[in-house]
Design a protein around this ligand. Sequence first.
Ligand code: NAP
Length: 254
Amino acid sequence: MTIRVLILGGTTEARQLAERLSADKRFDVTVSLAGRTKNPVPHAAKVRIGGFGGAIGLTTYLAESGTDLVVDATHPFAAEISRNAQRASAASGTKLIAIRRPGWEPVKGDRWRRHADVQSAISVIGEKRQNVFVTLGRQELAPLLTAPQHRYVVRSVDPVEPPLDLPDADYVLARGPFDVDAETALMLHHSINVVITKNSGGAASYAKLEAARQLGISVEMIDRPEFAGDAAQTVDATLSMIDHWLDSEANLDV
Ligand code: NAP
């Protein structure tokens, strides 16, 4: 029997999970991407792109595609699709497993302040002009407009279009993983003294925090939205949860 799996993706973990499950003949794997990046990284599975139309649309998709298992492997800040996955799973009776990488924790030498949202982070930087390195999603940059006194260096995978209506903003296009030496060089080159970032967790984008620590640069850290429910922290733990679920399903069939 083939087990149809829908992986809600957009993360490294989703890609790795798709690769591991696709290598196992029991699974027929589809990865779903929102379509935010122009050239998504290739996946070792079928890929569908675009929203489902809310929880109701996702419920319909699960029924029509005969999906047996949904894995929510979306980014920790993608709260809406995670909520929709929980609702659609409950409405359709489709098994849901979630994977959330752990958040970063400050270590000795870090100069972090934590914030519930980007606006709060921008507000505390103050009136005096600062050189601010911004690593946020393109959709999250609007609060920068409320503090045009700063100089911004904004890094993103795809261009910020249209550019922000700010007197002094530079744009850096790059896709992780990033290393500490390059992050240090970038911060020195732009005389950065504040970093604004989200607590995404994971290794690929941690280097900026290490570079900031070494340079004594302060970090305005946006905390994650709340996630209701259990989640595996790693791809291996997710695979174990899937095995455990399959074992319990097999026992029910006896
Ligand atoms: P979001 O706010 O939670 O979702 C907004 C809407 O986008 C959802 O209601 C859904 O539309 C659609 N959507 C989101 N993820 C989808 C997916 N994997 N497949 C199909 N539709 C999806 O999400 P977001 O924060 O904009 O993130 C979008 C995607 O980028 C996610 O896949 C996430 O894993 C990835 N990502 C996000 C961040 C971040 O910081 N937010 C960082 C890296 C990667 P419908 O309601 O029409 O179904």
